[in-house]
Design a protein around this ligand. Structure first.
Ligand code: PLP
Length: 373
């Protein structure tokens, strides 16, 4: 058992989730089958895209998307410098080279000016635009740039199930989009991923690659692997999808409670930004603690009140040990600043209004008591 009174993330598993999983277990059909197909159909329908392929996790979803789009040896792939490592390692996995793009200070998402600069400096074949923390990237501008330059666009919506840009769900803008259903995500299958696209041939290729390149029973046309999802996971995915909008609304309510209290500390903390064209689904409630506040002190103070926090992310990608040999040391000012300032506090839908008020009050008190003299 955790010693925390309030965890940073908690999956919401209700009776219908348990019943759906038990029913698949009782059916005896555990691996890939009709329940997976139904999950694919329902998820594609929810996002507003024609075709979908469920896979074993979000990292594999990125890797297979790149592969099926023909990205490989030596190709450059533009990725934001501030994201979870998988966005960039998926490029390495297919032999491509990630090129890091700085992010916008307000939204934590890819910066349009730096994207244009990096495009002019490289001959990139693809952009992976991440909708970080549940706030959409400026996907209209990114899509225009990608179309103009003939560059493929993959949306990494691993953290943004149900988020919207200009009234459309993220995941419906790119040549391909991926989602993760890891246990902490806004909807979960424990582990799991999904690839979406309006391009049928591309999704067929993904389906081939996820199943050993098999075209007929024990006949294999190309090098694939086992990247399948189980029917047990898909059954959970279906019930989770049904409650996604309800749970996202609770996240938004909790975020509002946090923001209302914490905006009172102007000059010490900045609360998450929501662009006027965007619907934020608060996978992560990311504060920016300004230099006048000691972040380590706030973390310890909240921990002693029983509240779990985390830093997403302590290092921008260009400073990760893995990428040091790629010589990106001079890249990206905002991502470096954000990695010094970010602090994630609980916003998940298991928090009642009172819980959210408790988190807000403790956080406010901790920031006030951690101001540097
Ligand atoms: C932005 C982003 N991309 C990709 C992934 C990879 O997803 P998975 O953990 O399901 O492999 C994650 C997971 O946290 C993520 O946050």
């Amino acid at each position: 058992m955790s010693s925390y009174r309030v965890r940073l993330f908690e999956p919401v598993i209700e009776d219908d989730d348990v019943e759906a999983v038990v029913s698949v277990l009782k059916s005896g059909w555990l691996a890939h089958g009709p329940v997976v197909e139904s999950f694919e159909k329902m998820f594609a329908n929810y996002i507003g895209v024609e075709h979908a392929a469920a896979v074993s996790n979000g990292t594999v979803a990125l890797m297979l998307s790149l592969k099926a789009l023909g990205i490989g040896n030596g190709d450059k792939v533009l990725v934001p410098d501030y994201t979870f490592i998988a966005t960039a390692t998926s490029a390495l996995m297919v032999g491509a080279i990630p090129v890091f793009v700085d992010v916008n200070y307000e939204t934590f998402n890819i910066d349009i000016d730096d994207l244009q600069k990096k495009i002019s400096e490289t001959s990139a074949k693809a952009i992976i635009a991440v909708h970080l923390f549940g706030h959409p990237a400026d996907i209209k501008a990114i899509k225009d740039i990608a179309s103009d330059k003939g560059i493929l666009l993959i949306e990494d919506a691993a953290q943004a199930h149900g988020a919207e840009a200009w009234g459309k769900k993220v995941g419906s803008f790119g040549d391909a989009a991926i989602f993760s259903f890891y246990a902490t995500k806004n909807m979960t299958t424990g582990e799991g991923g999904m690839i979406l696209s309006n391009n049928k041939q591309f999704i067929e290729k993904v389906k081939l690659l996820r199943n050993h390149g098999q075209v007929a029973r024990y006949v294999h046309e190309e090098l694939g692997g086992n990247y399948r999802i189980t029917s047990i996971q898909a059954a959970l995915g279906l019930t989770q999808l049904r409650k996604l909008d309800r749970l996202n609304e609770i996240r938004r309510r909790n975020a509002m409670i946090l923001t209302n209290e914490l905006t009172k500390l102007k000059g010490y903390v900045e609360t998450p930004y929501e662009a006027q064209w965007a619907k934020h689904v608060y996978h992560v409630y990311a504060l920016k603690l300004l230099p006048s506040v000691d972040r380590e002190c706030v973390i310890k103070c909240m921990q002693s009140a029983g509240i779990e926090t985390a830093i997403h992310y302590p290092l921008p990608l260009h400073k990760q040990p893995l990428f040091q040999k790629l010589e990106y040391k001079e890249c990206c000012i905002n991502s470096s600043v954000l990695s010094q300032r970010e602090l994630s506090i609980p916003v998940h839908p298991k928090l009642s209004e009172n819980d959210a008020k408790f988190v807000a009050d403790v956080c406010k008190h901790c920031i006030q008591s951690c101001i540097k003299l």
